[in-house]
Design a protein around this ligand. Structure first.
Ligand SMILES: Cc1ncc(COP(=O)(O)O)c(C=O)c1O
Length: 400
């Protein structure tokens, strides 16, 4: 009989993937479902990027490449970090993998020993703790509050660090809260980190290009150059270029870490798709003018969703700085009874009852390590968002 490994048994399946699959199954069974659970832009990949991929196929660029990326893509990444983040990396300091996810996983496998701790502010992206566990590390969670905009306080970070701390994982703008750190907020965290030279920083900048209003994006190695030698600056083309299915993520960091990550990739995934890599070269080197209008469209949707959710009885929805998520509190509904007669005693129950009563699929906050909240992805049309938020208002109004 099959028995899964001890390492895998520590890990739970991705709650966001499960929510999307559940919503898809209900839709296929004929239910009227609006999915606000998926973490991907509804925009299409720009045509110039598609054409670059087609050209790569026609030119026979269809063979194995270096396990951590073609030199042309590494050069494009070097150029991106210099142009957009003021960070200087050489080609030997760049890692390219089949998505942002394996970049993080390769870094964890390359660096963690049993007992090593990884500090993860909550709410967090669902995969961080489980990737740390799979790599034999120990996640250490630092809860944040809606009142502090879901951002980790310097004192809380200080208190979470021990001699065993190997990494801090920072994610700004955040999945699931949309919160983004200002330069001053990063400065304050950097001051803590300067006192603890054993701690490395993995900064997940996946949503860099999705910030709103006059918010200015900064990444920590840029704010504090003394941290450059122990920072892995991670990013990818999935969200900014609407390329989730192409599977290209990348990072810049100290050469010794990058060399170790290449060793992991060389014995596991090998290279990301050669065709996707050529598409990513075009994404990073080609026209960038479509990014701002798309961010503006997300900003309008954010405003719509925040306003409608704050009109729902019992919900409180902060206004985030970026990404395409909001993370409202359902605290005002705890202890109430849903139209089905079931008790709403957790964010998990809230999400299940909302799906049952109104056909709106959201992801419960427990999956992101902070309750009683839930995540809405507003990467869908304004018409669907208005319909969904109207249903959420009706659901909340009907709870007794
Ligand atoms: C914060 C964050 N990091 C990393 C990723 C992974 O991106 P990719 O699809 O490129 O693996 C995601 C995707 O949802 C994300 O939200």
């Amino acid at each position: 009989m099959f028995a899964q490994s001890v390492a895998l048994a520590r890990v739970k399946p991705s709650a966001t993937v499960a929510a999307s699959a559940n919503a898809r199954a209900l839709k296929a069974a004929g239910r009227d479902i609006i999915s606000l659970d998926a973490g991907e832009p509804d925009f299409d990949t720009p045509d110039n990027i598609k054409e670059a991929a087609i050209k790569a196929i026609r030119e026979g660029k269809t063979k194995y490449t270096d396990p951590d990326g073609i030199p042309e893509l590494k050069d494009a990444v070097v150029g991106k970090f210099a142009r957009e983040n003021g960070l200087t990396y050489t080609r030997a300091q760049i890692h390219v993998a089949p998505g942002g996810k394996p970049v993080i996983y390769n870094a964890m496998v390359a660096s963690l020993n049993p007992g090593d701790e990884v500090v993860i502010p909550a709410p967090y992206w669902v995969s961080y703790p489980d990737m740390v566990l799979l790599a034999s590390g120990t996640p250490v969670f630092v809860p944040t509050t809606a009142e502090r905009g879901f951002k980790v306080a310097p004192e809380a970070l200080e208190a979470a660090i021990t001699p065993k701390t190997k990494w801090l994982i920072l994610n700004s703008p955040s999945n699931p809260s949309g919160a983004a750190y200002t330069k001053a907020e990063l400065r304050a965290l950097a001051d803590v980190l300067l006192r603890h030279p054993q701690v490395w920083v993995l900064t997940d900048d996946m949503y860099e290009h999705l910030t709103f209003g006059d918010f200015e994006f900064w990444t920590i190695a840029q704010v504090e150059p003394a941290l450059y030698a122990r920072t892995l600056t991670m990013n990818g083309v999935s969200k900014a270029y609407a390329m989730t299915g192409w599977r290209i993520g990348y990072a810049g960091g100290p050469e010794a870490l990058i060399t170790a990550m290449r060793k992991v990739a060389s014995q596991t995934t090998s290279n990301p798709s050669s065709i996707s890599q050529w598409a990513a070269v075009e994404a990073l080197n080609g026209p960038q003018d479509f990014i701002k209008p798309r961010a503006k469209a997300f900003e309008e949707r954010r405003d719509l969703v925040v306003s409608m959710l704050n009109q729902a009885s019992g919900l409180r929805c902060p206004t985030p700085e970026g990404a395409f998520y909001v993370y409202p509190s359902a605290e005002g509904l705890m202890g109430k009874t849903a139209p089905t007669g079931k008790l709403i005693d957790s964010d998990k129950a809230f999400a299940a009852e909302l799906l049952e009563s109104e056909g709106v699929s959201v992801v419960f906050g427990e999956a992101f390590g902070l309750s009683p909240f839930f995540r809405i992805s507003y990467a869908t049309s304004n018409a669907l968002l208005e319909d969904a938020c109207g249903r959420i208002q009706r659901f909340c109004g009907a709870a007794r």
